[in-house]
Write a protein that binds this ligand. Structure first.
Ligand code: IDP
Ligand code: MG
Length: 143
């Protein structure tokens, strides 16, 4: 028997996806892929949470608009689990820019340019297991 690695990732259905009623579609794709749902909550994030979540982007020119967008309404925060689910969900999500994201991906199928200051692209997914652990502490402090 090899050792068991249970990887977790933090997924967000962003305010655009939540407002458009796409939470179920995102969850459907996660479950169909075979990842398990570990935790889920709906909340409107505070600017303080988003400052921590997006700390790596604090000096970027789009940071203010990103925080405005992400705090504009409810999001669905989800912890998923399964071997390699961090890169696996990034693959399901597709490229950051929804105009360029490949058809078949969440962003490619469900996202588009709405002419807003921030890139509205339906979902967030952790980019490494270390990021996932850091982000889960923000969104699920009791997990
Ligand atoms: P990711 O979500 O694919 O990991 P990041 O580069 O980490 O992409 O950027 C975080 C989020 O910030 C993106 O998902 C998008 O919503 C927004 N964003 C990224 N780059 C830009 C930009 O150049 N202009 C406006 N918003 C951006
Ligand atoms: Mg990122």
């Amino acid at each position: 028997m090899g050792h068991v690695t249970t990887e977790r990732s933090l997924v967000l259905v962003k305010p655009d996806g939540f407002a458009r009623g796409l939470t179920g579609e995102v969850i459907r794709r996660i479950e169909r892929k075979g990842y398990r749902l570990v935790a889920l909550r709906i909340l409107t994030p505070t600017r303080e949470m988003l400052g921590r979540h997006y700390a790596e982007h604090a000096e970027k020119p789009f940071f203010g608009e990103l925080v405005d967008f992400m705090s504009s309404g409810p999001v669905t925060a989800i912890v998923i689990e399964g071997n390699q689910c961090v890169p696996g969900f990034r693959s399901l999500a597709g490229a950051t820019d929804p105009t360029k994201a490949a058809p078949g991906t969440i962003r490619g199928d469900l996202g588009r340019d709405w002419g807003k200051g921030s890139t509205e692209n339906v979902v967030h997914g952790s980019d490494s297991p270390e990021s996932a652990a850091r982000e889960m502490a923000i969104w699920f402090p009791d997990l």
